[in-house]
Design a protein around this ligand. Structure first.
Ligand SMILES: C[S@@+](CC[C@H](N)C(=O)[O-])C[C@H]1O[C@@H](n2cnc3c(N)ncnc32)[C@H](O)[C@@H]1O
Length: 291
């Protein structure tokens, strides 16, 4: 259903001045940079457990926004939902479609798109819009809220999982440590972590027409299970997780790569609850909005 306009938006454009290719959408570049499937592989059990609690039945129309390779989209399809997964990263869309094919799931398709502008999706099309650590990373959070509300049918729900700024658990700390090694973001940049603050969530949904009484919040946990040591898991982030890859690139330029590695290894070791393998729980804000 993607139209030509939506596709064109992501193609590198030509600079009239130099005729050189201009830099691509930095949000897309960030997530295509690494291979998030490597991290997603450690999140499958929590993804399954979360989806089990969403009241999905056969035929429920689900949009999974910022779906990656399907940590929550696949379990939803296995429950019989008709699922569309939308993600900005082409490599993750391809990986998701491959996983769906391998499982013979014909009620699930992944497609490229931007949570800030879902122009390829019609109004009121979904019973449930799920976005677990996905839409929070899109720019223009007010547009994101508006788009999520627009594509949800009246009587439907939006469920978001958002990391919480300054939370002491794993992901908030990885992002905090990483940002301390990275140059300040451009002016006007809104931190994804602001989706983990209840007043911001209320303000964004209010602007999209969903009042505060229709929004509920809960603290929930995702556990990362990695079949190796905590240091081995840090290496996965260093090699495959876009935000950490960028942090290492910036740190190395300043001769601080070893400092960043040490800080992350201390964090992962401190938080690990596994014995023979790594198991690290991370707290997030679960947002449910009734449309
Ligand atoms: C931390 S990953 C989570 C992926 C998946 N929800 C999961 O739990 O495995 C963040 C995802 O959001 C996607 N993303 C980031 N910005 C986006 C945007 N503007 N529109 C759609 N997806 C986006 C990334 O490509 C990535 O797949």
């Amino acid at each position: 259903m993607r139209d030509a306009r939506a596709t064109r938006k992501y193609l590198p454009r030509e600079s009239p001045a130099s005729n050189l290719t201009l830099k691509m959408n930095p949000n897309k570049a960030l997530w295509e940079k690494g291979d998030f499937t490597r991290i997603a592989d450690t999140m499958r059990e929590s993804g399954e457990a979360l989806v089990q609690c969403l009241g999905i039945t056969k035929g429920t129309k689900v949009l999974d926004l910022g779906c990656g390779d399907g940590t929550t989209a696949l379990p939803a399809a296995k429950l019989g939902a008709d699922v569309v997964g939308v993600d900005i990263a082409r490599n993750l869309v391809e990986a998701g479609n491959k996983r769906a094919r391998e499982l013979g799931l014909t009620n699930l398709k992944f497609q490229e798109g931007d949570a800030s502008n879902l122009e390829q999706l019609p109004d009121k099309a979904f019973d449930l819009v799920v976005s677990i650590f996905g839409a929070m990373f899109a720019p223009k959070p007010f547009d994101v809220a508006k788009e999520m509300v627009r594509v949800t049918r009246p009587g439907g729900r939006i469920v978001m999982g958002n990391w919480i700024p300054n939370d002491p658990t794993l992901v908030a700390q990885i992002l905090k440590i990483s940002s301390s090694y990275t140059p300040p973001p451009p002016e006007g940049f809104v931190s994804p972590m602001t989706w983990g603050i209840e007043s911001n969530v209320i303000e964004r949904f209010a602007a999209a027409g969903v009042s505060a009484e229709k929004i509920s919040f809960a603290r929930d946990t995702f556990t990362f299970n990695f079949p190796g040591s905590p240091s081995g898991f840090v290496d996965e982030f260093r090699k495959y997780y876009g935000p950490t890859m960028n942090a290492f690139e910036a740190a190395e330029k300043n001769g601080q790569g070893a400092d960043l590695q040490k800080e992350l290894e201390e964090l992962f070791n401190r938080q690990n609850q596994g014995k023979d393998a790594t198991s690290i729980p991370a707290t997030f804000l679960r947002v449910t909005a009734a449309v």
